[in-house]
Design a protein around this ligand. Structure first.
Ligand SMILES: O=C(O)CCC(=O)C(=O)O
Ligand SMILES: [Fe+2]
Length: 545
């Protein structure tokens, strides 16, 4: 397992599995019930012998003697068989046969880490999360986090030595206990122990002392509590004590421009100055009177001036999007992978999975139609474009900042899957799923990216450009487009972009990477000049990590 928690496509299977297991459990309970009823029924045939005190008189009657023999020979043995019979087989084998597909400890930890990452990116407080009051969400939320759940989240943070979140979740568990939640398997002593330790590790000795006193109020003889109390009091009494200011860690993302990335993900505009923003417009686009666009031009919106990123609305219908999502199922199309990506983030590495599928551009009617449309709109050659890549991100799913083109030295062969060179940290993803597509295609570098949104996302999941300061919220049926390369073929590192973690919802995108070959006379002049133009240094946002 260990690959469920970020692809909703995979997790839907778990919902069905649980439903089937529940039906199987009902069958099992019914079978046990039937068995018990049979046992009770046979008991009624065995009555206490009224002659028990005088067996001789009883046995002097031949019918009595025969019936006793028969009962002892057959009926008690039959009962033994009945009691020995095992009605749990069906249920147990049902469970066993599925155990391969069931989530394991690693999956659960991954789920906890995904929650912590979301909390960190979107700055959610633990009470909001515990009550499930997330933005954008509707009626589908069912469960609240219990004291045990909060404790587990605290423990997940503890495994990562992330004491800021240990403290937060242990405090949440305690608060819920105080509010009267009683059904928990962890005791307040354990929680307080972690709570005070987390405070201590963050350098907040006063608060750690308060927490330890709370622990001792419940259990005055607690050894650890007593020695911690003595230690904190001793430390606090030191005259030359230096106040340590707790640092809020940035563990859940790379240190490199993590702050800008997270601010952009929350929709806080950090990079586009008013002057830059004033240059962004909306218009109808017909690609200079292209015959296929004259009657129904597409609505084009500027998202960013440098690099120029534009969005086209309604380039895929609701139906088109649904058909593509149906095609992007491992059972439907051959080139679908559940890619497990390990991402080193700061001091830790997180593994997350992503469902991704390559759909042959000419292999499906709807794909062909949409790819042709990209050609009409951008004016670019589509015969050298890569196959459409469909990806699904579930809750917590993200894609860290990266560039789509092959790095500095184009002739260098990075043996990696599609675009997944995480530039700064040089994390190389597993290679087996897709061979080097550049070499395989022989069509040069990825000149441009067409990113089509196949779903809305209720909260989170935006595409952001941390260096350029651009933000694109997924809008179903719209596509964003940008050039990855400068007109001279050099990669434009300002195009570095990322997918923010999905907070609520399931995000589907389809990527089309256009290649250099065939574009020699096609690259549009207006886009070209604005890319060359760049920005004056006073208005350009730079983030140098
Ligand atoms: O999903 C997104 O918003 C961005 C995806 C992306 O950058 C990629 O697949 O290269
Ligand atoms: Fe990308």
């Amino acid at each position: 397992a260990e690959e469920f928690y970020t692809s909703i496509g995979h997790m839907t299977q778990l919902v069905y599995t649980e439903k089937e297991l529940l039906a199987s459990l009902d069958d099992y309970i019914q079978a046990e019930q039937n068995k018990l009823d049979s046992v009770k029924r046979s008991k009624t045939t065995f009555r206490i012998n009224t002659f028990a005190s005088d067996p001789e008189t009883f046995l002097s009657h031949p019918v009595n003697a025969f019936k006793l023999l028969k009962r002892m020979n057959r009926e008690w043995r039959a009962l033994e068989m009945l009691v020995r019979s095992n009605v749990s087989d069906g249920f147990v084998s049902n469970l066993t046969s599925r155990s391969e597909d069931l989530p394991n400890e690693g999956d659960q930890t991954g789920g906890a880490e995904a929650l912590l990452r979301l909390q960190d990116t979107y700055q959610l407080d633990s009470d909001t999360m515990a009550k499930g009051k997330l933005p954008g969400e509707r009626a589908h939320h069912v469960g609240c986090l219990t004291v045990d759940d909060c404790f587990d989240l605290g423990m997940a943070a503890y495994q990562e030595e992330d004491f800021y979140y240990v403290e937060m979740w242990m405090a949440q568990a305690l608060q819920q206990m105080q509010q009267g939640e009683t059904l928990s398997s962890v005791d307040p002593i354990t929680i307080l122990d972690y709570h005070s330790y987390a405070l201590y590790r963050q350098g907040d000795l006063e608060a750690a002392l308060v927490s330890t006193k709370q622990l001792l109020a419940i259990d005055p003889e607690n050894q650890r509590g007593k020695s911690n109390l003595a230690y904190f009091e001793y430390e606090l009494a030191k005259p030359d004590r230096v106040e340590i200011i707790p640092v809020i860690p940035n563990k859940y993302l790379t240190a490199y421009n993590a702050t800008v990335y997270k601010q952009l993900c929350r929709g806080e505009s950090v990079a586009l100055t008013p002057r830059r923003r004033s240059r962004l417009f909306c218009r109808y686009h017909d690609n200079h009177g292209h015959p296929n666009l004259l009657i129904a031009p597409f609505k084009e919106e500027d998202l960013c001036d440098a690099p120029r990123v534009v969005r086209y609305y309604d380039v895929a219908s609701h139906k088109d999007a649904e058909v593509i999502k149906k095609l992007a199922k491992p059972k439907v199309s051959p080139l679908c992978f559940s890619v497990r990506k390990t991402v080193a983030a700061c001091s830790r590495s997180a593994t997350f999975s992503l469902l991704s599928c390559w759909l042959e551009n000419n292999g499906y009617k709807v794909v062909k139609k949409l790819i042709n449309r990209v050609g009409y709109i951008t004016g670019l050659e589509m015969s050298t474009a890569e196959w459409m890549q469909v990806a699904n991100y579930g809750v917590g799913g993200l894609y860290e900042p990266h560039i789509d083109f092959q790095g500095v030295n184009i002739s260098t062969v990075f043996n990696i899957i599609h675009n997944t060179l995480l530039s700064e940290r040089r994390v190389v993803f597993p290679q087996k799923e897709v061979k080097n597509p550049y070499e395989y295609l022989g069509t040069g570098n990825r000149i441009a990216t067409w990113l089509l949104y196949l779903s809305h996302v209720e909260a989170g999941g935006a595409t952001v450009f941390p260096r350029a300061g651009a933000f694109a919220k997924p809008v179903k049926g719209s596509a964003i487009f940008w050039y990855n390369l400068h007109p001279d073929g050099e990669g434009d590192h300002q195009t570095q972009h990322a997918a923010c973690p999905v907070l609520v919802g399931s995000k589907w995108v389809a990527n089309t990477w256009l290649h250099e070959r065939g574009q020699e006379f096609k690259r549009r002049c207006d886009l070209q000049s604005s890319a060359e133009q760049g920005l004056t240094s006073d208005s350009q946002y730079r983030h140098d990590g």
